[in-house]
Design a binder for this molecule. Structure first.
Ligand code: PSV
Ligand code: MN
Ligand code: MN
Length: 387
């Protein structure tokens, strides 16, 4: 039997990066609803992220999105964040909101558009030097809507050339992570639709280029944990964007739609060394809170990841190995399910308390008076949105 005490050191170093955009208003193409207390500046978003860390001890860094988090002085933003106990993390590029990118960005047929998109990424690398960030995360909206619209092959070649130029701009400690997504906003083809394409592209670049796996970016029924295993096995799993989905790229709270899937993913992470000291895997959330409050939404999210990580770590490894070796199919399955069905919440509450954190971070935050204070203070100015 695996004890909670034996898994505590691994839980202790768990870190989940929060996306700045989770604290802004968001919605669907039908409506973006405002929420009282929503940040109006990049600083206010970071302050909210720091609150999630203060209550959970799980979220020591916050990812930025450029230009959504554009400020005059990124060094000052870094000092501000550090003063609140969090670091600035992954920088996300954005080549999907500009008219110039109507037909693509890094994979566009026109060299002038590719130039503009490459320069944007090189500027992101400069920002990362000021913020102290390691990772440049690239998600591209590039693709086409109709068969024949553009050359699939040529776009892939252009993408490779563009990425090579960005890669050449990396400092030795910087990394490029290339995210894939099977559709949307393009509906016929997407230029980086799957892990294989991301893997092919980043492998051609070199060791500082890795793949980002967003859990919401797969077709229904995809065995995501298999992809996790394979990328870990190949040494190319750079980061996770955690969220959950019922239908498409829903960006709902991780572990909400399918906790068992999250468990299976984290079991493969544990198995593949993704939680070991020195692991290259960066754990991030990529979520939006359309109708629920944002800070509580992020608190719930990091706790969901922590709870499923604890369950995955509790798998009785010797018992599993023995069952597998003897081809005890149901026995092996039972070992996994026993861990999945273990309620780790009481042990986590005790452990949190022993580390000076609230037993119940959600209740503590809601009782703190902070939600009401933020709603009263943050009047005037323009609330920030996802876009
Ligand atoms: C768009 O699908 C997306 O949700 C990607 O997952 C990115 O990671 C995120 O936006 C931020 O650019
Ligand atoms: Mn993502
Ligand atoms: Mn997405």
């Amino acid at each position: 039997m695996t004890t909670f005490e034996s898994i505590a050191p691994t839980l202790e170093r768990q870190a989940i990066e929060l996306p700045s955009w989770a604290f802004g208003n968001s919605g669907t193409r039908f409506k973006v609803f405002g929420t009282p207390g929503t940040p109006r500046t990049a600083e206010e978003k970071i302050a909210d992220a720091a609150r999630v860390h203060e209550y959970t001890g799980l979220a020591p860094s916050v990812a930025l999105h450029i230009p959504w988090d554009e400020v005059d002085d990124f060094g000052a933003l870094r000092s501000y964040a550090e003063g609140l106990g969090v670091a600035l993390g992954t920088v996300n590029s954005n080549t999907f909101q500009d008219d110039a990118y109507k037909f693509g960005s890094l994979a566009h047929s026109d060299a002038a558009v590719r130039r503009k998109a490459i320069d944007h990424h090189l500027r992101c690398l400069d920002i990362m030097r000021e913020t102290g960030s390691r990772d440049l995360k690239i998600w591209l909206a590039d693709g086409t809507n109709y068969p024949g619209q553009d050359s699939l092959r040529q776009r892939q070649d252009h993408l490779a050339e563009s990425l090579a130029e960005i890669y050449a701009g990396l400092d030795p400690e910087q990394r490029l992570v290339l995210e894939y997504k099977f559709f949307e906003p393009a509906f016929y083809h997407t230029d980086v639709p799957d892990w294989g394409t991301s893997y092919a592209q980043v492998s051609a670049l070199g060791d500082q280029a890795l793949t980002c796996l967003d859990t919401g970016h797969h077709a229904p029924g995809t065995n995501i944990e298999f992809i996790v295993m394979q990328l870990l096995r190949l040494g190319k799993l750079g980061s996770f964007d955690f969220n959950s989905r019922f239908y498409a790229d829903d960006d709902l709270i991780v572990g909400a739609a399918d906790p068992f899937q999250l468990f299976r993913i984290l079991f493969e992470v544990v198995d593949g060394g993704g939680l070991d000291v020195g692991s290259p895997v960066q754990f991030m959330l990529d979520q939006c809170h359309n109708v629920e409050d944002k800070i509580p939404g992020q608190i719930r999210s990091v706790l969901n990841v922590q709870e499923m990580t604890a369950r995955a770590l509790l798998v009785d490894r010797p018992a599993l190995d023995a069952a597998r070796a003897s081809h005890d199919v149901l026995g092996a399955n039972a070992v996994l399910m026993d861990a999945f069905y273990t309620d780790v919440r009481p042990a986590l509450a005790d452990w949190r308390e022993s580390r000076g954190l609230p037993r119940d971070p959600m209740a503590a935050y809601l009782a703190s008076g902070t939600p009401e204070r933020l709603a009263a203070e943050r009047v005037g100015g323009k609330q920030l949105s996802w876009t």
